[in-house]
Design a binder for this molecule. Sequence first.
Ligand SMILES: CC(C)=CCC/C(C)=C/CC/C(C)=C/CC/C(C)=C/COP(=O)(O)OP(=O)(O)O
Ligand SMILES: O=P(O)(O)OC[C@@H](O)CO
Ligand SMILES: [Mg+2]
Length: 250
Amino acid sequence: MAGDKVESFLKSELKKKNALLFVLIDSEVSNLEASSKLAKDVEKIGASAILVGGSSATDQIEMAQVVKGIKKGLKIPIILFPGNVTGVVPDADAILFSSLMNSENPYFITQAQALGAPSVLKFGLEPLPTAYLVIGDGTSAWFVGSARGIPFEKPKIAAAYSLAAQFLGMRFVYLEAGSGAKTNVTPEMVQTVRHAFNGFLIVGGGIKDEKTAASLVKAGADALVIGTFLEKGGSLTKLEKIAKAIQSSK
Ligand SMILES: CC(C)=CCC/C(C)=C/CC/C(C)=C/CC/C(C)=C/COP(=O)(O)OP(=O)(O)O
Ligand SMILES: O=P(O)(O)OC[C@@H](O)CO
Ligand SMILES: [Mg+2]
């Protein structure tokens, strides 16, 4: 079984930087060359991990090639972010081994996990046990994952799921508004979840400016995920400002 290298790395990064930037690379959107360059560039400006995945990334060969290509010369970990069993590929350092706890379809709660687990073991990936909570509706993750989205204005529901995740032994919670979401998870929800949950708190979906990033970190997020901003051609200078806001706002 893979050890706890990535989890320990993230914890030590947290001590140094107080909150972390994760960059999401969608293997379907960026080609290999662009992805490798992007991964190196964001490492330079202080990202702590690269997530690779997509809710409709079903081409396992393409995913595997992107992961292998990005890895060359990269020091920060590559963490798989699977939307299905097809998202489990070799050469990454770890995997968000997630259960979409508020899905209406048991496939996304336990079945994909059972089908994917043998490959996680075979590929030596470090599983990061993650409660993946979809907030709101209308996004790919919400639709593909058959989520009953937690309303943005119901932080207590998100906190109850996070507490349940903790009692189930999960060490990561991911509050997901969905890639390209019009509105991000609110700081109020992050704060309420922070009070209930002791582990590593990831927040993503629709984050594209320093002010929002700072407010989510102040509310208690440990890591923020940014994908669409870069997919849409957002500049690295602006991302660096967001990274600085994340790392100095607690
Ligand atoms: C642990 C294993 C093997 C599988 C987990 C399976 C689960 C819980 C899936 C959750 C549902 C789901 C579809 C999540 C998608 C997460 C994801 C990678 C989102 C980012 O991708 P998008 O950018 O939304 O994808 P598109 O670009 O395809 O819209
Ligand atoms: O693409 P964006 O909106 O940055 O969201 C990132 C991530 O939370 C999506 O799964
Ligand atoms: Mg995408």
